[in-house]
Design a protein around this ligand. Structure first.
Ligand code: DAH
Length: 335
Protein backbone atom coordinates (compact mmCIF):
# COMPACT_ATOMS: atom_id res chain seq x y z
CA UNK A 1 0.00 0.00 0.00
CA UNK A 2 1.46 3.37 -0.81
CA UNK A 3 1.61 6.17 1.66
CA UNK A 4 -1.04 8.33 0.06
CA UNK A 5 -3.46 5.45 0.13
CA UNK A 6 -2.63 4.72 3.76
CA UNK A 7 -3.26 8.32 4.68
CA UNK A 8 -6.60 8.38 2.91
CA UNK A 9 -7.73 5.13 4.50
CA UNK A 10 -6.66 6.06 7.97
CA UNK A 11 -8.45 9.40 7.78
CA UNK A 12 -11.77 7.81 6.90
CA UNK A 13 -11.33 5.01 9.41
CA UNK A 14 -10.72 7.53 12.20
CA UNK A 15 -13.64 9.55 11.00
CA UNK A 16 -15.91 6.54 11.27
CA UNK A 17 -14.64 5.25 14.60
CA UNK A 18 -17.44 5.11 17.14
CA UNK A 19 -15.68 4.06 20.30
CA UNK A 20 -12.41 4.20 22.15
CA UNK A 21 -11.85 0.53 21.30
CA UNK A 22 -12.26 1.15 17.61
CA UNK A 23 -9.80 4.01 17.77
CA UNK A 24 -7.33 1.84 19.60
CA UNK A 25 -7.66 -0.83 16.89
CA UNK A 26 -6.86 1.80 14.26
CA UNK A 27 -3.86 2.95 16.24
CA UNK A 28 -2.54 -0.61 16.43
CA UNK A 29 -3.18 -1.24 12.73
CA UNK A 30 -1.09 1.76 11.68
CA UNK A 31 1.21 2.63 14.54
CA UNK A 32 1.39 -0.65 16.47
CA UNK A 33 4.91 -1.58 17.43
CA UNK A 34 4.74 -5.08 15.91
CA UNK A 35 3.14 -4.81 12.47
CA UNK A 36 1.72 -1.35 12.22
CA UNK A 37 1.73 -0.23 8.58
CA UNK A 38 3.49 3.02 9.35
CA UNK A 39 5.88 1.32 11.75
CA UNK A 40 6.84 -1.13 9.01
CA UNK A 41 7.31 1.69 6.53
CA UNK A 42 9.62 3.41 9.02
CA UNK A 43 11.59 0.21 9.48
CA UNK A 44 11.99 -0.17 5.74
CA UNK A 45 13.81 3.15 5.58
CA UNK A 46 16.80 1.52 7.20
CA UNK A 47 17.55 -0.48 4.05
CA UNK A 48 17.17 2.40 1.64
CA UNK A 49 20.08 4.12 -0.05
CA UNK A 50 21.00 7.37 1.67
CA UNK A 51 19.33 9.65 -0.89
CA UNK A 52 16.01 7.86 -0.52
CA UNK A 53 16.35 7.83 3.22
CA UNK A 54 16.63 11.59 3.15
CA UNK A 55 13.61 11.85 0.91
CA UNK A 56 11.23 9.35 2.50
CA UNK A 57 12.27 9.55 6.15
CA UNK A 58 10.65 12.92 6.85
CA UNK A 59 7.56 12.08 4.77
CA UNK A 60 6.84 8.94 6.76
CA UNK A 61 7.63 10.64 10.05
CA UNK A 62 5.18 13.35 9.15
CA UNK A 63 2.49 10.80 8.27
CA UNK A 64 3.06 9.17 11.66
CA UNK A 65 2.70 12.46 13.51
CA UNK A 66 -0.43 13.34 11.51
CA UNK A 67 -2.07 10.03 12.37
CA UNK A 68 -1.21 10.41 16.06
CA UNK A 69 -2.66 13.90 16.07
CA UNK A 70 -5.84 12.79 14.28
CA UNK A 71 -6.39 9.99 16.78
CA UNK A 72 -5.84 12.35 19.66
CA UNK A 73 -8.23 14.86 18.19
CA UNK A 74 -10.89 12.22 17.78
CA UNK A 75 -10.35 11.04 21.34
CA UNK A 76 -10.89 14.53 22.63
CA UNK A 77 -14.13 14.68 20.72
CA UNK A 78 -15.10 11.68 22.81
CA UNK A 79 -17.95 13.44 24.48
CA UNK A 80 -19.60 14.68 21.31
CA UNK A 81 -22.81 12.96 20.24
CA UNK A 82 -21.60 10.82 17.38
CA UNK A 83 -18.73 9.29 19.33
CA UNK A 84 -19.82 6.72 21.83
CA UNK A 85 -16.84 6.59 24.10
CA UNK A 86 -16.37 3.97 26.78
CA UNK A 87 -18.29 5.68 29.54
CA UNK A 88 -16.83 3.37 32.15
CA UNK A 89 -13.35 4.81 31.57
CA UNK A 90 -12.23 7.18 34.31
CA UNK A 91 -12.33 10.80 33.19
CA UNK A 92 -9.17 12.47 32.00
CA UNK A 93 -7.73 14.55 34.79
CA UNK A 94 -7.54 18.26 34.14
CA UNK A 95 -4.25 19.60 35.43
CA UNK A 96 -4.74 22.76 37.41
CA UNK A 97 -2.06 25.19 38.48
CA UNK A 98 -0.89 25.55 42.07
CA UNK A 99 0.08 28.63 44.00
CA UNK A 100 3.51 28.52 45.54
CA UNK A 101 3.10 28.30 49.34
CA UNK A 102 4.95 31.62 49.62
CA UNK A 103 2.27 33.26 47.46
CA UNK A 104 -0.41 31.56 49.54
CA UNK A 105 1.15 32.77 52.76
CA UNK A 106 1.51 36.30 51.36
CA UNK A 107 -2.15 36.31 50.35
CA UNK A 108 -3.25 35.19 53.81
CA UNK A 109 -1.05 37.77 55.48
CA UNK A 110 -2.51 40.53 53.29
CA UNK A 111 -6.04 39.44 54.07
CA UNK A 112 -5.43 39.39 57.82
CA UNK A 113 -3.72 42.79 57.94
CA UNK A 114 -6.36 44.34 55.71
CA UNK A 115 -8.84 43.09 58.29
CA UNK A 116 -6.83 44.98 60.92
CA UNK A 117 -7.09 48.17 58.85
CA UNK A 118 -3.55 48.10 57.40
CA UNK A 119 -2.92 49.08 53.77
CA UNK A 120 -0.77 46.84 51.60
CA UNK A 121 1.93 48.66 49.67
CA UNK A 122 4.70 47.70 47.28
CA UNK A 123 8.29 48.73 46.72
CA UNK A 124 11.13 48.08 44.27
CA UNK A 125 13.37 45.02 44.56
CA UNK A 126 16.23 46.89 42.90
CA UNK A 127 16.91 49.54 45.50
CA UNK A 128 19.11 52.57 46.13
CA UNK A 129 21.72 52.43 48.86
CA UNK A 130 20.04 55.42 50.47
CA UNK A 131 16.75 53.59 51.05
CA UNK A 132 18.19 50.19 51.94
CA UNK A 133 20.74 51.64 54.37
CA UNK A 134 21.40 55.38 54.95
CA UNK A 135 17.88 56.60 55.71
CA UNK A 136 17.42 53.59 57.96
CA UNK A 137 20.14 54.96 60.22
CA UNK A 138 22.85 52.74 58.71
CA UNK A 139 25.50 55.05 57.18
CA UNK A 140 28.29 53.64 54.98
CA UNK A 141 30.85 53.28 57.77
CA UNK A 142 28.37 51.71 60.21
CA UNK A 143 29.44 48.26 61.37
CA UNK A 144 25.78 47.13 61.35
CA UNK A 145 25.94 47.04 57.54
CA UNK A 146 27.63 43.71 58.01
CA UNK A 147 24.30 42.33 59.20
CA UNK A 148 23.21 42.37 55.56
CA UNK A 149 25.41 40.63 52.99
CA UNK A 150 24.57 42.61 49.92
CA UNK A 151 24.35 42.02 46.18
CA UNK A 152 25.64 45.32 44.80
CA UNK A 153 25.05 46.33 41.22
CA UNK A 154 28.04 47.38 39.15
CA UNK A 155 28.03 51.16 38.98
CA UNK A 156 27.18 52.61 35.58
CA UNK A 157 30.32 53.05 33.45
CA UNK A 158 32.24 51.36 36.21
CA UNK A 159 35.56 51.46 34.41
CA UNK A 160 35.50 55.27 34.64
CA UNK A 161 34.19 55.40 38.17
CA UNK A 162 37.59 55.72 39.82
CA UNK A 163 38.40 59.04 38.17
CA UNK A 164 34.93 60.52 37.95
CA UNK A 165 34.16 63.28 40.38
CA UNK A 166 30.37 63.05 40.31
CA UNK A 167 28.93 60.99 43.13
CA UNK A 168 26.82 58.31 41.55
CA UNK A 169 23.87 56.61 43.21
CA UNK A 170 24.69 53.09 44.25
CA UNK A 171 22.19 50.34 43.53
CA UNK A 172 21.67 46.95 45.14
CA UNK A 173 19.14 44.15 45.47
CA UNK A 174 17.25 45.07 48.61
CA UNK A 175 18.47 43.02 51.57
CA UNK A 176 15.22 43.58 53.48
CA UNK A 177 11.79 45.17 52.98
CA UNK A 178 12.54 48.02 55.42
CA UNK A 179 13.41 50.50 52.59
CA UNK A 180 9.71 50.47 51.71
CA UNK A 181 9.08 52.17 55.07
CA UNK A 182 11.24 55.12 54.00
CA UNK A 183 9.71 55.36 50.54
CA UNK A 184 6.22 55.36 52.02
CA UNK A 185 6.96 57.91 54.76
CA UNK A 186 8.62 60.27 52.26
CA UNK A 187 5.40 60.50 50.30
CA UNK A 188 2.72 60.21 53.03
CA UNK A 189 1.73 61.99 56.19
CA UNK A 190 0.97 60.08 59.40
CA UNK A 191 -1.06 58.63 60.99
CA UNK A 192 -1.15 55.40 58.96
CA UNK A 193 -0.54 51.69 59.19
CA UNK A 194 0.91 49.66 56.33
CA UNK A 195 2.42 46.31 55.49
CA UNK A 196 4.63 45.44 52.56
CA UNK A 197 5.35 41.82 51.67
CA UNK A 198 7.99 41.10 49.04
CA UNK A 199 11.16 39.59 47.72
CA UNK A 200 14.53 40.19 49.36
CA UNK A 201 18.08 39.09 48.56
CA UNK A 202 21.24 38.27 50.47
CA UNK A 203 24.65 37.35 49.22
CA UNK A 204 25.32 34.45 51.54
CA UNK A 205 25.68 30.70 51.73
CA UNK A 206 22.41 28.80 51.69
CA UNK A 207 21.24 26.09 54.07
CA UNK A 208 17.90 24.75 55.26
CA UNK A 209 16.97 28.08 56.85
CA UNK A 210 18.79 30.50 54.50
CA UNK A 211 18.15 31.31 50.87
CA UNK A 212 19.80 34.07 48.82
CA UNK A 213 16.36 34.79 47.38
CA UNK A 214 13.68 34.99 50.05
CA UNK A 215 10.68 37.04 51.23
CA UNK A 216 9.88 39.37 54.06
CA UNK A 217 6.85 41.03 55.50
CA UNK A 218 7.44 44.60 56.59
CA UNK A 219 5.00 46.48 58.80
CA UNK A 220 4.87 50.07 59.99
CA UNK A 221 2.38 51.97 62.09
CA UNK A 222 2.92 55.66 62.83
CA UNK A 223 0.67 57.76 65.01
CA UNK A 224 0.63 60.13 67.97
CA UNK A 225 0.62 57.75 70.88
CA UNK A 226 1.86 54.47 69.52
CA UNK A 227 3.84 52.20 71.82
CA UNK A 228 5.16 48.65 71.84
CA UNK A 229 1.94 47.64 73.58
CA UNK A 230 0.07 48.46 70.35
CA UNK A 231 2.53 46.28 68.48
CA UNK A 232 2.05 43.45 70.95
CA UNK A 233 -1.70 43.55 70.38
CA UNK A 234 -1.36 43.60 66.57
CA UNK A 235 1.22 40.84 66.43
CA UNK A 236 -0.76 38.57 68.76
CA UNK A 237 -3.93 39.18 66.83
CA UNK A 238 -2.13 38.50 63.55
CA UNK A 239 -0.76 35.16 64.74
CA UNK A 240 -4.08 34.17 66.26
CA UNK A 241 -5.70 34.60 62.86
CA UNK A 242 -2.78 33.13 60.90
CA UNK A 243 -2.61 29.88 62.88
CA UNK A 244 -6.35 29.31 62.93
CA UNK A 245 -7.57 27.43 65.99
CA UNK A 246 -4.11 27.08 67.56
CA UNK A 247 -2.95 28.69 70.76
CA UNK A 248 -0.02 31.02 69.99
CA UNK A 249 2.18 32.69 72.58
CA UNK A 250 4.33 35.66 71.55
CA UNK A 251 7.43 36.91 73.33
CA UNK A 252 9.88 39.76 72.70
CA UNK A 253 13.61 39.46 73.30
CA UNK A 254 15.66 42.62 73.49
CA UNK A 255 17.79 43.04 70.34
CA UNK A 256 19.50 45.59 68.12
CA UNK A 257 18.48 46.98 64.73
CA UNK A 258 19.77 50.44 63.76
CA UNK A 259 16.34 51.69 62.62
CA UNK A 260 14.49 51.02 65.87
CA UNK A 261 14.94 51.88 69.54
CA UNK A 262 14.23 49.82 71.51
CA UNK A 263 14.60 46.82 69.21
CA UNK A 264 13.28 43.33 69.83
CA UNK A 265 13.31 39.92 68.32
CA UNK A 266 9.89 38.32 68.09
CA UNK A 267 9.46 34.65 69.00
CA UNK A 268 6.30 32.57 68.88
CA UNK A 269 5.35 29.28 70.49
CA UNK A 270 2.57 27.06 69.20
CA UNK A 271 0.68 24.90 71.66
CA UNK A 272 3.47 23.41 73.71
CA UNK A 273 6.24 23.42 71.13
CA UNK A 274 9.56 25.22 71.04
CA UNK A 275 10.07 28.97 70.79
CA UNK A 276 10.62 29.96 67.15
CA UNK A 277 12.04 33.26 65.97
CA UNK A 278 9.89 34.94 63.31
CA UNK A 279 11.58 38.33 62.91
CA UNK A 280 12.56 41.68 64.33
CA UNK A 281 10.64 44.73 65.47
CA UNK A 282 10.84 47.87 67.54
CA UNK A 283 9.93 51.52 67.90
CA UNK A 284 10.99 53.53 64.85
CA UNK A 285 14.26 55.34 65.62
CA UNK A 286 14.07 59.17 65.84
CA UNK A 287 16.85 59.41 63.21
CA UNK A 288 14.66 57.50 60.78
CA UNK A 289 11.70 59.81 61.47
CA UNK A 290 13.96 62.82 60.96
CA UNK A 291 15.30 61.37 57.68
CA UNK A 292 11.74 61.58 56.30
CA UNK A 293 11.07 64.98 57.90
CA UNK A 294 8.71 63.79 60.61
CA UNK A 295 9.00 65.40 64.01
CA UNK A 296 9.92 62.61 66.47
CA UNK A 297 8.34 64.60 69.30
CA UNK A 298 5.03 64.51 67.52
CA UNK A 299 5.04 61.08 65.87
CA UNK A 300 6.00 57.64 67.08
CA UNK A 301 5.51 54.22 65.65
CA UNK A 302 6.43 50.60 65.57
CA UNK A 303 7.96 48.64 62.74
CA UNK A 304 8.46 44.96 62.18
CA UNK A 305 10.01 42.61 59.65
CA UNK A 306 9.10 38.92 59.52
CA UNK A 307 10.47 36.13 57.34
CA UNK A 308 7.69 34.86 55.09
CA UNK A 309 9.52 31.58 54.44
CA UNK A 310 9.65 31.15 58.20
CA UNK A 311 5.90 31.68 58.56
CA UNK A 312 5.20 29.26 55.70
CA UNK A 313 7.59 26.64 57.10
CA UNK A 314 5.85 26.73 60.46
CA UNK A 315 2.33 26.80 59.08
CA UNK A 316 2.76 24.13 56.39
CA UNK A 317 5.49 22.04 58.05
CA UNK A 318 8.08 22.63 55.32
CA UNK A 319 11.52 21.40 56.47
CA UNK A 320 13.79 23.34 54.10
CA UNK A 321 13.56 27.00 53.00
CA UNK A 322 15.31 26.18 49.72
CA UNK A 323 12.28 24.20 48.53
CA UNK A 324 10.14 27.29 48.02
CA UNK A 325 12.14 28.75 45.15
CA UNK A 326 13.35 25.41 43.77
CA UNK A 327 10.76 25.40 40.99
CA UNK A 328 10.09 21.75 41.81
CA UNK A 329 6.48 21.03 40.83
CA UNK A 330 6.36 17.93 43.02
CA UNK A 331 6.72 20.32 45.95
CA UNK A 332 4.33 23.03 44.78
CA UNK A 333 1.63 20.49 43.94
CA UNK A 334 1.31 19.54 47.60
CA UNK A 335 -0.28 22.87 48.43
N1 DAH B 1 14.97 44.58 58.38
C1 DAH B 1 15.36 43.62 59.40
C2 DAH B 1 16.13 42.50 58.78
O1 DAH B 1 15.94 42.20 57.65
C3 DAH B 1 14.14 43.08 60.12
C4 DAH B 1 13.48 44.13 60.95
C5 DAH B 1 13.85 44.29 62.26
C6 DAH B 1 12.53 44.96 60.39
C7 DAH B 1 13.27 45.25 63.04
C8 DAH B 1 11.91 45.95 61.16
C9 DAH B 1 12.32 46.09 62.49
O2 DAH B 1 11.01 46.78 60.68
O3 DAH B 1 11.74 47.04 63.25
O4 DAH B 1 16.95 41.91 59.43
Amino acid sequence: MDLEEIKKNVASEIEQARSGDELEAIRIKYLGRKQGLITEALKSIADMPIEEKKKFGPIIQKAKADIEAAIKFKENEGSSDDFIGDITLPGRKIESGHLNPITKTENEVRRIFEGLNFSVIDGPELEEEKYNFDSLNIPADHPAREMWDTFWLKPEGSSLAKNSVAVKKKYLLRTHTSPVEIRYMETHEPPFQIISPGRTFRYEATDSTHETNFHQLEGLMIGRDISLANFKFIVEEFFRRFFVGKKVTVRFRSSYFPFVEPGVEVDIKLDNGKWLEVGGAGMTHPNVLRAVKYNPREWQGFAFGFGIERLAMIKYGVPDARLFMSGDLKFTKKF
